[in-house]
Each structure stands twice: as structure tokens, then as C-alpha cells.
Design a protein around this ligand. Sequence first.
Ligand code: NHO
Length: 363
Amino acid sequence: SPASQVNIAVIGAGGVGKCFLSQLQGLAARKPSPKLNLVYIATSRKAVYNDNFAPIDVGSAIDTLASSSKTPHALPATVDYLSGSPHPVVLVDNTSSQDVADLYPSFLRKGISVVTPNKKAFSGSYKLWQEIFSAASSSGAKVYHESSVGAGLPVISTLNELIDTGDKVTKIEGVFSGTMSFLFNSFAPVAGQGGKWSAEVKKAQSLGYTEPDPRDDLNGLDVARKLTILARIAGIPVESPESFPVQSLIPKELESCSSGDEFLKKLPEFDSQMEEVKAEAEKAGKVVRFVGSIDVGSKSVKVGLEKFDASHPIAALQGSDNIINFYTERYGSNPLIVQGAGAGGDVTAMGVTGDLLKVLRQI
Ligand code: NHO
């Protein structure tokens, strides 16, 4: 019979974690069954929990955490602690930690379900990917990570549904980074001039679109991680995000800069390189965009600059939106398109809360 109570453990309370807690509060109020108990919340430095799993008030959890003098359990001990719960447990990992990700198989083997926006586990080694899904299938615990690609946009669920209903996905292509989307939509707009590359990078940083060090967006690795996840779901056993071609937009000469600030200071010296790329596309009547693509038939995955006609949906993207085109046998030459905000706390947390709902329907 379905569980009457479910215990929720949250690791990570940053931008996404805070938004998740607020959505959890709303969910618990709207859906009283099963009763959702927040029993554990931890950052890297602090934690709140009761040894007897007595629930923590969700609405004041962030304040309680800030004033808590408890330190978190060591990660392996968290597995043991949560295995002692009297009710089924869902672990919500809102960190970007590889150490937490490495423990998913241990949590899952103990019957603890996992929902997360953390890309590390699903885009790391293929061995970890296999361990996660085999641990889940042997214990019956669930694992969902919708927000690891395209934040709250239904990307992973759509791909799974295409495959599970017997469609044949031939190609997936899109703009998978909010930062890259913003940069190219403003540097090489379909109409108008666009700004200087280095100025747009600075603007993106000041608007909070980039990682604190913009090189972490410009090296293409974030997009490569998302492509690794989708390729594996599509049945391609990609070994790691380093095992296919990824174009970095960091000029060679600036790879050794010791800080993001030094990088931004020197970037204007390389504006002519990006101007050339833009002019070459213009000559062909096109615009340049930073895209990822998976060709399922030839099992080829790549990330980098591509040119598109102004009328192509990828060229017409706005702001920092993501767009993902699924080309399939069923949909023919007009792809199924998922488009919208692909970054930000609330939309990312929505994917996590949606995943939690999927788990709740099954336990
Ligand atoms: P924060 O704000 O840095 O918070 C991280 C929290 O984890 C902190 O509370 C920290 O103390 C805790 N933590 C870290 N290591 C820990 C450990 N070992 N033990 C316990 N606690 C630990 O990060 P965010 O922004 O809240 O992100 C959380 C997760 O969501 C990350 O895995 C991130 O990659 C993922 N995520 C975020 C976004 C987003 O928009 N913020 C997106 C997807 C996934 O689609 C989005 C995206 O990819 C944005 C991308 N930059 C783009 O498209 O341009």
C-alpha cells in the first residue's frame, strides 16, 4: 500500500535549494497525502536534523540552518543515517558536488530515492551511470534528474517518452546553455548590429548569467555534460564529456589566465577573432550560434559553433532561452521543439519538485 508519510532529505541550500524549499512548502500544503516531512537539510558547513527523524519546519528551515551549530554528517554516514528512517526517504541533491553524486548508488541500494539538478553523476564516468541505474533497478528506489538538462523544461521526460512509445530519435540539436544563448543572441542578432564579443561577455557576467568565472561557461563543458546525458538516454554509451569534440571559446592565449578578472581584462584583444566568425556567417546570409548536437545513427556527439539561416528556430531564440529540437521518425522533417528559460533558481527547482512528484506517485 502507498506510504502515508515520506521523509525528505535535502543536501544543498543555495540558489536552487532555497527555491526548492519554497516549492516543497507549497506542495505539502496543496497535497497533504502522503505527508511530506523535511527530516534533514545540510550545506557543506551546517546541518539541521533530529536523531529521531522528527520533522523540521519547512518555512523556517533556511533560518534554522543559518543559526544551527550542528555540522553535517560525513557523506557516507548520511547514507547510514537515512537508512534508519521509519518512512521511505527521498534524497534531494541541490549541490553541484561530485562527492555527493558518487554516493547515489549507495543511497539507491538502501532504497533511498534520489532527485537532483546536479549534472555530475549522469555526465561523469559511464561506469557511475551504470551503477546508478542498476542500483535503482535492484532496490526499486527511483532516480530522476530532469533539471540536469534545460532546467525545468521537459527535455529528459520528453526524450524518454519518445523512446518508450517506440519512436526513433534520429537527431537532437539545440542551444543548451543560458549563458551561450544570451551571448550569441546579443552578439549576432538576426536583426541589427550586435555588440562587441568581450562587452557582451562582461554584460552577461554583470547580469548574473555566467558562472562567477565566465571561462566555466565559455569552455563548453557545461553543454558537453548536458549532451552526454541526452546521448546516454538515446542509447549511445558516451564515456565522458571529454570523449567527443567540444569547441572552447576561450582563446588559447588566455587559457592560462590566473583569474576570471584577468581573463575579462584581456578578452577585448581577441574581439577580432569572434568578429571574423560573425562576418563569415553573415557572408553566407546566416547567424552563428553555440549548439550541441547528437546524431543518433552515426553515434556522433559534438558541441561548438554552427551557422543557421535567420528563419531557423535556433537563430530566432531570445534572451537566455534554451531550445531543444528532437528529430524523430514520427515527427518527420518538422522537429518536436522544447523552448524556454533554461536557467534560474525557480525554473530549475520546478524540475526538481516535478521529479519529487514522480517519485511520490510510485512509493
Ligand atoms: P549554489 O547556489 O552554489 O548552491 C550549492 C549548495 O550546495 C550550497 O548550499 C553549498 O553549500 C552546497 N554544497 C556544495 N557541496 C556540498 C557538499 N559536499 N555537501 C553539502 N552541501 C554542499 O548552486 P545552485 O545554483 O543552487 O545550483 C545547484 C545545482 O543545480 C547545481 O548542481 C547546478 O549545476 C544545478 N543547476 C542549476 C541551474 C541554474 O540555473 N542555477 C541549471 C541547471 C542545474 O539549467 C541551469 C543551468 O544549467 C545554468 C547554466 N549555467 C546555463 O545554462 O547557462
